[in-house]
Design a binder for this molecule. Structure first.
Ligand SMILES: [Fe+2]
Length: 359
């Protein structure tokens, strides 16, 4: 049997945005739809942990409520940036200016671009090759539709986009929107045709437009920040990548653990404080320990944090990097933010042939 598509739905709670990761299971080539700037580390960690090659980030439109993570991903992993070409000069920095009928390939799989304007001029719905999934952005939402009262919104145009481009897909096609504010995650063409209160059932264009022109929604909170930032694909004004820690190349795992690479630690031991949280037998056992490491077993750490000097960043160490990850959580709770876990623990330290002390 063919291996199934790798698929993840990710959520940004602050803007209620969904980000979608799709990857071909054989080639491991991936695309990421609607990444959120603040979730860059999370998304990047997932891509790495699943061993994927990110070919492109694909925005469904120029968002008004959050900043895209497209530029950050391009800087971090070299992915291309795709967005509608219909924004013209308004958007700069994209690699692919997409339009209706374009096909974006990743391995043996592909997304078809369908222009679905109405919320903005450049709104795109990405349809999976077998038409089992459609990523509708802010055009068709679950039991809703994206507002048409700012940017280049037009409810008449949106009506045609939904009825001609989305409702023409198979009834079983699953709808994956860019947002939901009520905990709903997905829908289907069949469901929305029947139950969408704005455009489902017997609603005609006049019903839809009447509904959409009387939503009375407040202005999006982040519009003044988000639109200018999205016009440059999420590149910050200073052109700098945000860092997790200013003391070293700390990375965040998908589990949310701050980790640091053994090689870097070995090269910077003079300006770090190493805390080894293993049991005494392990500390003095076969794997040995890092020179000058402070031995402080994990069960005692919470009560003895004050014994750790405060003048240097802390690197926590155990055998495989699990207990040391928990140690960083305990340190953080006690206000010690400059801390990271040694990635892969003493096992990785040995693999990299880095020096140890044995008693
Ligand atoms: Fe939007």
């Amino acid at each position: 049997m063919d291996k199934p598509l790798i698929f993840r739905q990710l959520f940004d709670a602050d803007s209620s945005t969904y980000t979608y990761l799709l990857a071909d299971p054989v080639s491991k080539e991936a695309v990421l739809i609607d990444p959120v700037f603040e979730q860059h580390q999370r998304d990047r960690a997932l891509i790495e942990e699943l061993d994927l090659t990110l070919l492109a980030t694909l925005d469904t439109h120029c968002h008004a409520d959050h900043v895209t993570g497209a530029w950050l991903m391009q800087q971090a992993v070299g992915s291309k940036i795709g967005i509608s070409g219909r924004y013209g000069d308004m958007v700069s920095g994209a690699d692919y200016l997409l339009d209706h009928g374009d096909v974006i390939k990743f391995g043996d799989r592909a997304l078809e671009v369908r222009a679905t304007p109405g919320h903005t001029d450049g709104c795109i719905t990405y349809v999976l090759d077998d038409q089992t999934m459609a990523f509708t952005g802010d055009c068709l939402l679950i039991r809703g539709a994206g507002r048409c009262d700012f940017q280049q919104g037009n409810a008449h145009i949106m009506y045609r986009s939904i009825t001609e481009q989305i409702f023409s897909l198979p009834d079983d096609c699953v709808i994956w929107p860019a947002h939901d504010y009520s905990g709903r995650t997905a829908s289907s063409v069949r469901e929305e045709k029947a139950y969408n209160p704005r455009i489902g059932g017997q609603a005609d264009e006049n019903d839809f437009v009447g509904y959409m022109e009387n939503l009375g929604l407040p202005h999006p909170k982040k519009i003044d920040i988000a639109i200018p930032a999205n016009c440059v694909c999420g590149r910050p004004e200073d052109g700098k990548m945000p860092v997790i820690a200013d003391w070293g190349p700390v990375r965040l795992t998908y589990a949310g653990v701050k980790e640091i690479d053994p090689q870097w630690v070995a090269e910077h031991l003079d300006r770090l404080h190493v805390v080894d949280v293993r049991g005494v037998d392990e500390f003095n056992g076969d794997l040995g320990h890092i020179d000058d490491a402070q031995w402080l077993p994990l069960p005692e750490l919470d009560d003895r944090v004050s014994e750790i000097p405060t003048d240097q960043p802390v690197v926590t160490v155990c055998k495989s990097g699990r207990r040391s990850a928990q140690a960083t959580v305990i340190l953080k709770k006690q206000g010690r933010k400059e801390a990271a876990s040694l990635r892969g623990g003493m096992l990785s330290w040995h693999q990299a042939k880095l020096p140890v002390v044995r008693q």
